[in-house]
Design a protein around this ligand. Structure first.
Ligand SMILES: NC(=O)c1ccc[n+]([C@@H]2O[C@H](COP(=O)([O-])OP(=O)(O)OC[C@H]3O[C@@H](n4cnc5c(N)ncnc54)[C@H](O)[C@@H]3O)[C@@H](O)[C@H]2O)c1
Length: 509
């Protein structure tokens, strides 16, 4: 067939600058054979892939936090419960928010952290020599600017979701992580929830056969939150999150739904997302919120109340991702795995479906031989299956995660795994290519919808290496190495607490 190639050099020029940062959906693309293809920048000569990237082992992980609004303080609290870490600095635009977080260090008998504030306070934090990791929980417009500066100053970065808002930010972070040989991880906590971790372990052991279809979502009515997000000044009526939704179409918060299923489908570890198509509803409640908070008529709210993205993979699998933060509905991340021999589902009903024969193949004795894959298995069967396939990560962290908390414990497990991998010099659970794949739905979905829901090619962010690693796996140290690091970390933290106790006693006088 004659190839029909139209070069369009189109620019969909949504630019958000009202909050002092420039974010734009303007990555170059062309239309080839009815599919939109975005530009893939060449890897600069001499630059290596960051696949399997490791950094020298760290005895202690010294961290600085940037962005301490509703989300950030919980991270500071959690880190005071992780041995072998030291919180060196706290930064927020508003000094009071940063200062308030020193209470968690005081409660844990740890020395106080240094405080930074203002629009560019993070720069001084990133320039410090005694910080290994910058942990970023600002509004979306500051994720990239802070991460870029931190990477340029030799720091590993962990960035809240979504870590990058546009293709331009995504490719910049990839190039920075590759060229600086520094970790750039998205803090996708939903990969560490109990049902997802156990189901991932089952998928990795073939319990569901070949997983062909997976669904994920962020369906969360944010009515209680729209007015609570940070507002820069009196002129900022909407707050950053509603403002962003007003200006940008596409799934701007895809990662909670996509992350856990992408891991189960071995994305860039043997398979890759090749094409996506997005579709949304008109905006009704989004507009209503903009009018309510601004007191003005709103005619141009870009983000649909409900957005769906369908993604096809190289291996002929399919992913379906939903985003809806606008309408009343029970909270749901969907999370569904449909395999050739089994099924897992989390919302609205949690459970597994396998036949008796498949249960036996999986090494579990079913309660009845005629157990059918047509319905959810009983609680007893599920318990037996989960016991056999308990994730080693849950086995190690469950008790403490439930005590410390953070979305039921998954946030603590995420932070603990990050520290574990850094201490043992292992590849992190999520690399910069995961970040890229899970964040690209925003701009690519927007481009798809702006062209009548045209298919968009999802670029190979690994630039040729998506099939080098066979199967997604978490990295682990040996039990001996674990014991040694755990002991040294406990000793370090005990000494730090002695120092902190002295400081706070003196400060009280
Ligand atoms: N993973 C999860 O489950 C989860 C849950 C909630 C929020 N989040 C993410 O966490 C991030 C923060 O969300 P939030 O609810 O805390 O928002 P928020 O509006 O409560 O807080 C944002 C904070 O960023 C600060 N900030 C703005 N500019 C800054 C700058 N230049 N330097 C330092 N600080 C700056 C603001 O002062 C504010 O305190 C967002 O990316 C959000 O998507 C993730």
């Amino acid at each position: 067939m004659k190839k029909f190639i139209v070069y369009m050099a189109l620019f969909c020029s949504s630019v958000l600058s009202s909050m002092g940062q420039e974010v734009a959906f303007n990555w170059p693309y062309q239309v080839k054979d009815g599919t939109i293809v975005t530009e893939v920048p060449q890897r600069p000569a001499g630059q290596q892939s960051a696949l399997g990237l490791t950094a020298p082992k760290m005895k202690t992980v010294r961290v600085g936090f940037v962005g301490l609004g509703m989300r950030g303080p919980g991270a500071v609290f959690r880190w005071t419960h992780i041995n072998g870490t030291e919180i060196k600095a706290l930064c927020d635009y508003e000094a009071k928010r940063a200062e308030a977080c020193n209470k968690y260090l005081r409660d844990a008998s740890m020395p106080p952290a240094d405080i930074y504030s203002g629009e560019e306070g993070y720069k001084k934090l990133c320039e410090r020599k005694d910080i290994d990791l910058v942990y970023i929980a600002t509004d979306w417009l500051h994720h990239f600017v802070v991460a870029k500066y931190a990477l340029e100053h030799g720091k590993h970065v962990a960035i809240e979701v979504p870590s990058a808002m546009s293709m331009s930010e995504i490719w910049s972070l990839i190039n920075l992580s590759e060229s600086k040989r520094l970790h750039c991880m998205m803090l996708e906590n939903c990969c560490y929830d109990f049902f997802e971790l156990n189901s991932l372990n089952m998928a990795q052991h073939g319990v569901f056969g070949e997983v062909l279809y997976a669904a994920g979502a962020y369906r969360h009515d944010l009515s209680d939150f729209w007015d609570a997000y940070w507002k820069k000044d009196a002129d900022d009526k909407l707050g950053w999150r509603l403002d962003y939704n007003k200006k940008f179409r596409g799934d701007v918060y895809a990662t909670h739904g996509l992350g856990p299923i992408a891991q189960a489908l071995d994305i860039h570890r043997g398979d890759r997302m090749t094409t996506l198509v997005a579709m949304d509803t008109k905006s009704v409640n989004g507009k209503m919120w903009a009018e309510k908070l601004s007191g003005k008529a709103c005619t141009d709210f870009a983000n649909g109340d409900h957005t769906v993205t369908l993604i096809r993979t190289e291996e002929g699998k399919m992913l379906e991702i939903h985003h809806n933060t606008m309408t009343p509905q029970p909270y749901s991340r969907m999370y569904q795995l449909v395999g050739t021999t089994g099924f897992a589902n989390k919302y609205p009903m949690e459970g597994y479906a396998l036949s008796g024969a498949e249960m036996k193949k999986a090494g579990v004795t079913p309660s009845a031989d005629d157990l059918s894959g047509h319905s959810y298995m009983s609680a007893a069967d599920r318990k037996a299956l989960e016991k056999k396939y308990e994730s080693p990560i849950i086995a190690r962290y469950e008790a403490k995660a439930k005590e410390v908390g953070g979305h039921g414990g998954m946030d603590f497990i995420m932070d603990s795994r990050l520290v574990y991998c850094l201490q043992h010099g292992l590849p992190l659970d999520m690399d910069v290519y995961d970040l890229a794949e899970w964040c690209c739905l925003a701009e690519l979905g927007s481009v798809s919808m702006n062209h009548g829901c045209m298919p968009v090619a999802v670029p190979d962010f690994t630039r040729g290496q998506w099939n080098t690693v066979k199967g997604y796996r978490h990295a682990f140290a040996t039990p001996e190495e674990e014991a040694e690091v755990d002991k040294a970390s406990a000793e370090f933290t005990a000494k730090l607490k002695e120092k902190g106790a002295k400081y706070w006693k003196k400060a009280k006088k």
